[in-house]
Design a protein around this ligand. Structure first.
Ligand SMILES: [Zn+2]
Length: 480
């Protein structure tokens, strides 16, 4: 018995020594410095052009609705980016913009940069300036869409505008795609994908919004990180209802439908019954982020081969993000009872919004909930559902090229793959490429990140200028 105990302790000691040695070898590269200063002229151009773009309130629309704001926006784009409009072939698919710039070598697979024209609605309540004014305050430009997603459109279009001015011609075709209903999950992007598919287009790489340069995404990190979204989680809305006899609330029976629903919701929220798993891309994310932490965290994240079970157990407890990146999540968002204070509801319901993981799709996540629903005699109906997107290959030469360009242009930051919790139009483009990557080369603070879809959405003008430079470097050096 003593031998066994000593044996086990010995093995643990050896494993820990290996982990410590490995951790000592994980060194963060010195934080580099961005050498060239952003010029006053770059700032002015960004303020003028993004301001004009923000001032057209392109709130999401379906194809059969009034698209006049979008057509106005197209005219503004024509004025702001004349070289692009002279050089590119432009297609308007029910408001969705699809541009093509012909490259010199038709045998190469084209590149597609994307974003979206539409914004979520805003009124002026709580804003520092009117919501669609594009006002500059202390070097930041404010307005609905300034970040999401007109900043992405601006950096892509301005980079190309300048490259055309410089006489640059790309080796492969370059496409640009901007839909009118990304925010509402509309089918603008899907129709662009269909159009390209019919033409037999296969893309080398697609770059969309989604990831960005974020400020220390996990507490304790020593630098900003460029996070590249390589997949996005699935989405499912469920209606969960309970049936009962109803009646007057003065003489209530036990186990009323509402109480069964609450007990169910309570149990799901407490147990969090979905499968927790570290997919290889999240594993890689931690490995890439490990060097930017202190010794303890570096040891944990840099030795996932040893600490995986510990990490999976701890992460959901530390933060909601930690849980969301490991598993399907379920959040109860809406509820309905009876129409009066003194009436027992006959069929109350809850709505649950799930974000399904790559390793537990909608069907499997639903099966988990159904098991619990049975216990409380509840019924579940699917309102809408779509599985997680495919996962882009983080070992491809295109992914490596993107990360190299980021490191070159932003020597002061780290780079890591990432799982997108929300949705972007990019998911449609997995049908045309193995490299659908979500990354906008614009730095954003945590406050700016939180202001997306909220009041005082803004972006820093110098960050836009850096983004423009990034796409110029990306295109000039592209030779795959
Ligand atoms: Zn967006």
């Amino acid at each position: 018995m003593t031998y066994i105990i000593f044996g086990v302790l010995g093995i643990i000691a050896v494993l820990l020594i290996i982990a410590v040695i490995r951790t000592l070898s994980i060194k963060a590269p010195a934080i580099g410095e961005c050498k060239t200063e952003i010029t006053e002229e770059e700032i002015e151009i960004a303020a003028k052009k993004l301001g004009d773009m923000v001032r057209v309130p392109t709130v999401s629309k379906n194809e059969d609705e009034d698209l006049s704001e979008f057509y106005k926006f197209h005219e503004v784009l024509e004025e702001l980016f004349p070289n692009v409009h002279k050089t590119f072939e432009k297609n308007v698919l029910n408001g969705t913009l699809l541009y093509r710039w012909q490259g010199t070598d038709p045998s190469r697979k084209p590149i597609l940069f994307m974003g979206h024209q539409d914004v979520v609605p805003a009124n002026d309540n709580g804003w520092k300036c009117p919501a669609y004014s594009g006002t500059v305050i202390d070097g930041d430009i404010y307005g609905r869409g300034s970040m999401d997603c007109k900043s992405t459109m601006y950096v892509e279009l301005q980079a190309i505008e300048e490259l055309i001015e410089e006489g640059f011609v790309p080796p492969c075709d370059i496409y640009l795609e901007y839909a009118i209903n990304e925010e509402t999950g509309g089918n603008g992007a899907a129709s662009a994908v269909r159009y390209l598919k019919e033409k037999g287009v296969e893309l080398a790489i697609v770059i969309d919004e989604g990831g960005a340069i974020v400020d220390k995404p996990i507490g304790g990190m020593d630098r900003q990180y460029a996070v590249i979204g390589v997949t996005e989680k699935g989405y499912m809305d469920l209606k969960i209802s309970a049936k009962g006899k109803g009646g007057h609330s003065s003489t209530p029976p036990r186990n009323t439908p509402a109480a069964r629903l609450f007990a169910f919701a309570n149990e799901i929220e407490k147990k969090r019954p979905f499968k927790k798993q570290l997919i290889p891309e999240v594993y890689e994310m931690f490995a890439q982020m490990a060097p930017s932490f202190n010794f303890g965290m570096r040891m944990l994240l840099g030795n996932i081969w040893l600490f995986k079970p510990l990490l999976i157990a701890l992460m959901p407890k530390v933060s909601p993000f930690g849980e969301a990146i490991l598993s399907t999540t379920c959040c109860f968002t809406m509820m309905k009872g009876s129409d009066a204070c003194n009436v027992i509801p006959k069929e109350p319901y809850l709505v649950a919004n799930l974000r399904t993981s790559v390793h537990q799709n909608c069907e499997e996540s639903l099966a988990v909930l159904k098991k619990y629903a049975k216990k409380y005699d509840l019924e579940i109906e699917i309102i809408q559902a779509r599985d997680a997107s495919p996962v882009s290959n983080i070992h491809s030469k295109e992914y490596a090229y993107l990360t190299d360009c980021i490191k070159k242009q932003f020597p002061d930051i780290g780079v890591a793959p990432y799982v997108i919790m929300g949705g972007t139009d990019c998911r449609h483009f997995h049908a045309l490429t193995e490299n659908a990557l979500r990354f906008c080369p614009v730095r954003m603070s945590n406050e700016q990140n939180a202001a997306c879809h909220a009041v005082n959405e803004n972006v820093t003008l110098s960050a836009l200028a850096e983004g423009v430079r990034f796409f110029k470097v990306f295109l000039k050096g592209y030779d795959l």
